[in-house]
Design a protein around this ligand. Structure first.
Ligand SMILES: Cc1cc2nc3c(=O)[nH]c(=O)nc-3n(C[C@H](O)[C@H](O)[C@H](O)COP(=O)(O)OP(=O)(O)OC[C@H]3O[C@@H](n4cnc5c(N)ncnc54)[C@H](O)[C@@H]3O)c2cc1C
Length: 382
């Protein structure tokens, strides 16, 4: 009997768990650890922050997955020992034949003084609800969507957020009284996808009257005065701040020696294996450099595909069939643009010297596709 440990029941962890359940025998044990009792479908937070979802629609209890012959351990992981393939969670120590680390990126708003005192961190459920609460009441003033640091997960999300906010304000005939700005600690939107995609996003913002300020690194937030200060000595006031917080590698992962505190876990870009045999890191916790000098974006589509690829690799290796097929760097993404419209892009992110991306004309069908994907995500496992 084999035992596979999966640290993290987010997008990558669950994709790996379910694929493994189909590949291994019933008596092989798959143990999934998470500090949270619920799984959150993060893309839906953009709809939570703009009032088209309630919190209970974006989360499901992990305990429900026990029916699928998965061992769910609802406890915080306090230590990882990759050399022994060991996880310490709660007061128990677990050792496996394989270990998948899928702990995502930790959010660290306090890295910017004052930022954590603002409620509008829409990368959390409570923060997305707080944005909607303020947006719903906002009659006039300035909305700032802030990208505080790079890298951050889902390169499209803050731009989608700005366009969705625009759509809500137009629907409620308040757009004329509200300005929307995006302040970004990056030179262009979705830079890994190339200049054409960046330009298309900037144009979509421009068409909606959303001001874009690239290369803006926030240094301080004054929540009482509602003011942001940037590294170029400029400042801007706001009435509603919706922000992407700084991200960092989870502390337990850094403490295990798998990643530096200011970096991410190094892996083989095809097998996702770390320098330890049968220890894999997938999704946002991994750092994968691309030939163009930027990392593979942190996105659910990659976490999902990597989870499935690693599940296949583990099943193959346990059955002594070699490694088999691996992760190929392909991925796609919907880009919500407000008022029922979305764009779509797909590409080969491992292509060299730069990713090859195909962007499709925005339309209602892409928005419908994103809604259908959300439904499918829940229907397949719950
Ligand atoms: C607003 C928003 C919109 C997004 N939209 C998209 C989109 O449209 N398309 C897309 O591809 N991606 C999107 N993403 C990004 C996507 O959600 C992430 O890239 C993806 O969730 C990464 O998967 P993961 O498994 O690596 O980490 P996660 O899904 O974050 O899972 C990590 C898990 O580890 C658990 N954990 C962490 N530390 C511990 C610990 N010490 N002990 C126990 N458990 C722990 C967490 O509770 C969590 O469940 C979006 C993200 C956000 C925030």
């Amino acid at each position: 009997m084999a035992r596979v440990l999966i640290a993290g029941a987010g997008v990558g962890g669950l994709a790996a768990a379910h694929r493994l359940r189909r590949q291994l025998t019933d008596s092989d044990e798959i143990v999934v650890f998470d500090q949270s009792p619920v799984h959150t479908f993060w893309p839906s937070l953009l709809w939570l922050m703009t009032g088209t979802r309630q919190a209970e629609q974006v989360q499901r209890p992990l305990a429900g997955l026990r029916e699928r012959n998965l061992t769910i351990v609802n406890a915080s992981i306090t230590a990882l020992d990759p050399a022994q393939r060991t996880v310490v969670a709660g007061d128990a120590r677990w050792t496996g034949d394989a270990l998948i680390i899928a702990l995502g990126a930790a959010l660290n708003p306090s890295a910017v003084p004052g930022l954590g005192d603002e409620p509008g961190n829409f990368y959390t459920v409570a923060g997305a609800e707080a944005v909607w609460d303020q947006l719903n009441r906002l009659k006039q003033g300035r909305v700032v969507v802030l990208i505080s640091r790079v890298p951050f997960k889902c390169p499209a999300a803050p731009y989608e957020a700005a366009m969705l906010i625009d759509g809500v304000l137009r629907k409620h005939r308040r757009r004329d009284q509200v300005t929307i700005e995006v302040g970004a600690a990056e030179p262009a939107p979705m830079g890994v996808a190339g200049p054409k995609v960046s330009e298309a996003v900037i144009e979509a913002l421009r068409d909606r009257g959303i001001a874009y300020h690239p290369n803006h690194l926030v240094t301080r937030v004054d929540p009482d005065a509602r003011r942001l200060e940037f590294s170029d000595d400029t400042d801007v006031s706001y009435d509603l701040l919706a922000y992407v917080p700084p991200h960092r590698v989870p502390a337990e992962v850094a403490a295990s020696g798998l990643a530096p505190a200011d970096g991410w876990v190094a892996v083989d870009r095809h097998t996702l294996e770390t320098r330890f045999s049968m220890v894999f890191a997938i999704g946002d916790v991994a750092g994968i450099p691309l030939a163009l000098g930027k990392p593979l974006p942190k996105a659910g589509v990659f976490a999902h595909r990597q989870g499935e690829a690693v599940a296949d690799i583990i099943a193959n290796r346990l059955a002594e069939r070699g490694t088999g097929a691996t992760f190929d760097g392909a991925g796609e993404c919907f880009i919500e643009m407000g008022r029922g419209i979305a764009g779509f892009a797909r590409g080969d992110f491992y292509a060299e010297p730069a990713p090859i991306i195909h962007a499709y004309k925005p339309g209602r069908h892409w928005h419908a596709g994103k809604v259908a994907f959300e439904r499918h995500w829940w229907a397949q496992w719950w």
